[in-house]
Design a protein around this ligand. Structure first.
Ligand code: APR
Length: 173
């Protein structure tokens, strides 16, 4: 199985790429985004600023992904993706969340990377219930891994409660 659940601060992981749960401007924020920018140092913000805007203020639309270097992080690259804000589930949230995982993994594979760590995208400030997010994420990753068997995926949970939700989704009792 090339999907593993870990409890960690994602900024500490020495993988090829860590995924950032960002917002469309890609200029930093709170949560995991803030932690990644703090740990990477100012070079990351500069690299994000240099990414083209696809519309005013939008460097990465919801469901898409962009790649930068990792700067002072142990990870070589950061893949920035923008999860959907949870509105109750009828505004395409599952398809957009699945797209974040798929596009991030495909971007990593396109850069010849082999190890990637994801946070629980949208499960913080954006309010996506983890019990609903985990099965969507895992289905998208499993499907994508069929094409990219070389990739090793870590799902990085910040605490034990989140990890138990993801473990249950990975191996339902
Ligand atoms: N390592 C791993 N996971 C972390 C870390 C960390 N250092 N810090 C926070 N998390 C976890 C949170 O506990 C949550 O489970 O990441 C998950 C995602 O939470 P958020 O960071 O709030 O991301 P999201 O819900 O996608 O909201 C994105 O928040 O900060 C802003 O700029 C960001 O506007 C965007 C929004």
């Amino acid at each position: 199985m090339n999907i593993e659940i870990v409890i960690a601060d994602i900024t500490r992981l020495g993988v090829d790429a860590i995924v950032n749960a960002a917002n469309p401007a890609l200029l930093g924020g709170g949560g995991v985004d803030g932690a990644i920018h703090r740990a990477a140092g100012p070079g990351l913000l500069e690299a994000c600023r240099a990414l083209p805007q696809v519309s005013p203020g939008v460097r990465c639309p919801v469901g898409e992904a962009r790649i930068t270097g990792g700067f002072a992080l142990p990870a070589r690259y950061v893949i920035h993706t923008v999860g959907p804000i949870w509105h109750g589930g009828d505004r395409d949230e599952p398809a957009l969340l699945a797209s974040c995982y798929r596009e991030s993994l495909q971007l990593a594979a396109a850069h010849g990377l082999h190890t990637i760590a994801f946070p629980a995208i949208s499960c913080g400030v954006y309010g996506y219930p983890p019990e609903r997010a985990a099965p969507v994420a895992l289905a998208a990753l499993r499907e994508c891994l069929l094409q990219h068997a070389e990739m090793q995926v870590q799902l990085c949970c910040f605490d034990a409660r989140m990890a138990s939700v993801w473990r249950e989704a990975l191996n339902p009792a």
